[in-house]
Design a protein around this ligand. Structure first.
Ligand SMILES: [Zn+2]
Ligand SMILES: [Zn+2]
Length: 241
């Protein structure tokens, strides 16, 4: 756990044989209006909640959990995280919130083989992620949260309801699994994924001025070179057809 910049706490994922998504807590500490971005893998709730507490955050100040998308490595411990945060709402893009509320878990697991493997490994019952979503995002919202302004961008391709959160004043981008450090991008072969949409989403992110990149996995970047996302998109575009 560490503060990346004032207003952003980074709780690094602890990967197992499945990756565990990073969690970010955003908002000015004194605002009492904090947001969590993504939860993580099954069984990581204690580590994540303890890390939030150790960073000096009062759990009652966390007002919402916003999911960049609902893949299992991001949503696995969400039910337990929500239980630990009585004040927190759940915000998810409508394209993934609607199937989730109906108990359609195809996007969550991504592929049938993975679903059976995870059910066996973790004993997850069907319907475990049938959670009520308090706010369905569509992209294009400007969110005033915790003394910061964040824009919501709908960037489908890795998953149908992937979103990025972008803070223009501080040039911070939280892109979920759409783009990572080291010219890497998220996979685009899972249920609801689309190579051409992924390509379009990458070029859309390339238009933003970004100094700090906070992806769902692997290392974070606090000194992003100009043109980094555009160069990444160019390296991958031939595959995104
Ligand atoms: Zn993902
Ligand atoms: Zn992920």
């Amino acid at each position: 756990m560490k503060q990346v910049v004032p207003g952003v706490v980074f709780i690094e994922g602890r990967d197992e044989f499945i990756p565990d998504a990073h969690m970010y807590v955003i908002g000015e500490p004194e605002s009492g209006d904090l947001s969590i971005i993504d939860a993580g893998l099954m069984g990581k709730e204690k580590y994540k909640v303890d890390s939030i507490r150790e960073s000096g955050i009062d759990l009652s100040h966390i007002k919402r959990v916003i999911m960049t998308h609902t893949h299992l490595d991001h949503i696995g411990c969400l039910p337990e995280i929500l239980k630990a945060l009585p004040e927190a709402e759940l915000w998810v893009h409508a394209a993934e919130a609607e199937p989730m509320e109906k108990g359609d878990e195809r996007v969550i697991y991504g592929m049938d083989m993975f679903e059976s493997m995870c059910r066996a490994q973790y004993g997850i019952r069907p319907g475990a992620f049938k959670l009520a979503v308090d706010r369905k995002l569509s992209g294009g919202e400007t969110l005033e949260m915790g003394g910061m302004t964040w824009e919501v961008l709908h960037i489908p391709g890795h998953s149908p309801g992937s979103i990025a959160l972008y803070c223009p004043a501080r040039r911070i981008l939280i892109p979920g699994d759409v783009v990572y450090a080291d010219y890497a991008i998220g996979r685009f072969d899972l249920h609801g994924a689309s190579g051409p949409q992924h390509r379009e989403s990458l070029f859309r992110l390339a238009e933003l001025d970004v100094d700090i990149l906070l992806p769902g996995h692997n290392r974070i970047m606090t000194d992003v070179p100009a043109g980094y996302i555009r160069e990444t998109a160019r390296q991958w575009e031939a595959y995104l057809t």
